[in-house]
Write a protein that binds this ligand. Sequence first.
Ligand SMILES: Nc1ncnc2c1ncn2[C@@H]1O[C@H](COP(=O)(O)OP(=O)(O)OP(=O)(O)O)[C@@H](O)[C@H]1O
Ligand SMILES: [Mn+2]
Length: 271
Amino acid sequence: MSSLGDLYDDIVEDVDAVFLFSPSASLFDTVVGDEGAPPVVVVSAENTVGAERFVELPLEFDDVRDRVRFGIEGGIQREYVDEGAVVACATKLFDDTVDTVVRVNTGEFVRSGVYSLFTDSRADPSVIRAVLEVVIELGKKGQKGKPVGALFVVGDAGKVMNKSRSLSYNPFEKSHVHVGDPIVNVMLKEFSRLDGAFVISDSGKIVSAYRYLEPNAEGVDIPKGLGTRHMAAASISRDTNAISIVLSESDGLVRAFAGGEIALELDPEDY
Ligand SMILES: Nc1ncnc2c1ncn2[C@@H]1O[C@H](COP(=O)(O)OP(=O)(O)OP(=O)(O)O)[C@@H](O)[C@H]1O
Ligand SMILES: [Mn+2]
């Protein structure tokens, strides 16, 4: 038992901050009240414990790594910790209560931009997640086995519509369908064979398919090798308060843009 205690001591030794994910009030009070304890950052859906340092968690993130990454990126962005800080994160893994403590060196940690993706957009975080899920699935399976590209612009739909034009008849005209609905996901995959972008409202309503985006691209800089679809995605995310999520037909990766910058890059095969 004592060597296990040593292991635990090593994990929490000299950390610059403690991140508590959805802690109970009593856990929070104990850790905050700990004499000489490092600063405590609470990461949860709501600040029910009244923490001074708080990062709002828009979704549970089933994968603990994703949850921890989101919390740390939020903590850095909100300037609770410096980049390069070493932090201890206490979170749930198997149980509904905190059962796990991990040590993270944020200097060796690859920033994904996932925090800004969810916070810089006007769209509901659950809508962003639903779109990400469709795009990941599309990336995994392709369209009838063939690689397919797609572009989804999420949030601030009125402005996005003003900065785009129609390429074809809009199959979603006058319909009131939302992303996340299984039938709609099938439709989105079917329509992604054709050119242009999908436009989705803050609340997840599918406003249009087949939009040709014409945002102002001035000063937008994207990684070399990406083409016009990605340029349009980055630019519309800067020219409006939308975020955009792209599936590349050529390299199969999913990328998200917020504020004109690439915020997330992932391989659908890893999901
Ligand atoms: N401004 C735009 N608005 C909407 N869709 C666009 C726009 N520009 C390009 N696209 C779509 O992107 C498709 C691919 O274009 P392109 O190959 O230049 O992009 P890309 O960034 O290299 O993407 P991919 O990695 O999928 O090839 C086009 O056929 C078109 O459907
Ligand atoms: Mn291309």
